[in-house]
Design a protein around this ligand. Structure first.
Ligand code: ADP
Length: 326
């Protein structure tokens, strides 16, 4: 696409391990294809304030293994307003940026969609979130690393849980999606997962206790997705104290450590592949799509679909967890 000579790249919203690998891939792939690259700092805030710097290949050297994002990330209220977005557009034009690559979650892609519509700017999104809650891609950048962090932590908690014969509730992130909790539970051999998707269907705690979780075990770990819907791990611990006082219960909230760390091979490869595909999409004159991977193929998902649709939890995984935790 001849009209596009310079692309801007930014990371926005919640950070995720692998964002740096994506920045590297987008930058190198753009340069390889003869495009100029500008790094925009602190998400949309840098676009609004003009915190923008040209990126050469060496600006992204030695970052594939680093967690976090060298471009920094932020949440930007100003970009939520038409005035803020106008400023962003003016800065973009002043910097001769013709198209944007946005690495972020649901909110960041929503912002991209609105900006693209208002100013007719080509925007390409990359799914960067540990929550894996974006429709149209099998996994998101950062999810696999966060899962591995969770299983490392739960393995350690298991040692102390077993020694004291305790019931542990371990709270993981997910922001209203149960992917980290459910797959974290399967991968760590936890006894159950409490996830927002099933909150209205059953009383997940009651089901877990009624299934007789203590029959063959001297410790139990339940992974709880952090969410207003579930109420989080503390809520369930309180319930156990009141409703089943015979159990010795403890809570661990993993919190922000799930966002850090060197990305796994899976996330590095995913980020590299998606980053290169973002530039392919720009060269093919695609706009306003998120790049995803489905069944090991690169796919372009319109922002409207990626944002609006909820990504469903696979029911068979719920059954796997149930069957294997007897
Ligand atoms: P994430 O991308 O991780 O979901 P947020 O939901 O915090 O993170 O969104 C990141 C940023 O995207 C916001 O701070 C804001 O700048 C921008 N954004 C989110 N929603 C909108 C919207 N409806 N309109 C414009 N910008 C938005």
């Amino acid at each position: 696409m001849g009209a596009i000579k310079c692309i801007g790249i930014l990371t926005s919203g919640g950070d995720a391990p692998g964002m740096n690998a994506a920045i590297r891939a987008v930058t190198r792939s753009a340069i390889y294809n003869g495009l100029q690259v500008k790094g925009i700092y602190r998400g949309y805030r840098g676009l609004v304030t003009g915190e923008i710097k040209e990126f050469k290949s060496q600006n992204v050297s030695n970052i594939i293994q680093q967690g976090g994002t060298i471009l920094k990330t932020a949440r930007c209220q100003e970009f939520m307003t038409p005035e803020g977005r106008k400023l962003a557009y003016e800065n973009m034009k002043a910097e001769n940026i013709d198209a944007l690559v946005i690495i972020g979650g649901d909110g960041s892609l929503t912002g991209a969609r609105i900006f693209a519509q208002e100013f007719d700017v080509p925007c390409i999104g990359l799914p960067g979130t540990i929550d894996n809650d974006l429709y149209g891609t099998d996994t998101t950048i950062g999810y696999d690393t966060a899962l591995n962090t969770i299983i490392d932590a739960v393995d350690k908690i298991r040692d102390t849980a077993t020694s004291h014969e305790r019931l542990f509730f371990v709270e993981v992130m997910g922001r209203d999606a149960g992917f980290l909790a459910l797959n974290g539970a399967i991968a760590s051999g936890a006894e159950a997962a409490i996830i927002p998707e099933f909150n209205t269907e059953v009383d997940q705690l009651e089901e877990f206790i009624k299934n007789g979780f203590r029959k063959s075990k001297n410790s139990s770990i339940v992974i709880v997705a952090e969410s207003e819907v579930t109420g989080g791990a503390m809520h369930y611990a309180e319930r156990v104290k009141n409703e089943y006082p015979q159990y010795d219960v403890r809570v661990t909230i993993l919190g922000h450590l799930q966002r850090g760390g060197s990305p796994t091979a899976h996330d590095r490869i995913l980020a590299s592949r998606l980053g290169a595909a973002a530039i392919d999409a720009i060269m093919e004159d695609q706009r306003n799509v998120m790049i995803g991977i489905e069944n090991d193929e690169v796919v372009y998902i319109p922002f409207s679909k990626a944002i609006k649709n909820d990504k469903p939890i696979k029911r068979d995984l719920v059954n796997v967890l149930k069957e294997l935790s007897i």
